[in-house]
Design a protein around this ligand. Sequence first.
Ligand SMILES: [Fe+2]
Length: 245
Amino acid sequence: MIFDKIFKSTKTDGVLSVIKTDIHSHLIPNVDDGAKNYNVSLECIKSMAQLGYSKICLTPHFQTHRFQNDEDDILKHAESLRNTIAENNIQMDLIVGGEYLVDSGFRKRMETNRFLKINGQYLLIEFSFNQAILGVSELVFELQKLGHEIILAHPERYIYFQEHPEIPKMLKDQGVFFQSNINSFGGFYGRNTLQESFKYVKNGWTEFLGTDIHNHIYLEALVKTCQSKKFRKMLETNEFLNNTI
Ligand SMILES: [Fe+2]
């Protein structure tokens, strides 16, 4: 099986146990661009247990034009996945959140104020990858007024953040939590993103790590990153809030 091959001759067992909880994943089958079927989900979850995770937050995409997910449906899907992993004797605590793209329909969501939040506490949002959002500071302020603690997904990946570091600085000043993708530290998204990911940690800007795992390609990269000395040193010398969830 491909997943056995990924782990062969690696020494990555338990590397991620220090952070305990993954707060960003796409492992509910067929609700977004993540896992295509239960087999993929199960193999990823099994491998993540081997890497040291004991809890995973399922965070499917909520995007107005691509993935029109409904919160109640997602909760039902998550329950089915829980049952399936139990039937397969896989030990993993699954909780549910969402990854909400700040797009044209996001303000409508704010009107109903209905979101699936990580641990019922943190709202995971993402921005467009190549276009800055106008009025982002005001939007953050409004979300906070609605009672949300905000986690911004993978800030190291936004190209305009790299060109305009004053934007992430402003968000940090507003109390936005940052979640970096573990695979960014391994170069999965390219050199610039790798450099940014370490820079954010050095700045003290990264409170959370996430896998953002979709399938075995991400899993393979995750195992490779866990083999990287630089990543392991970063993990040993910094504290993250994942294990508070
Ligand atoms: Fe994601």
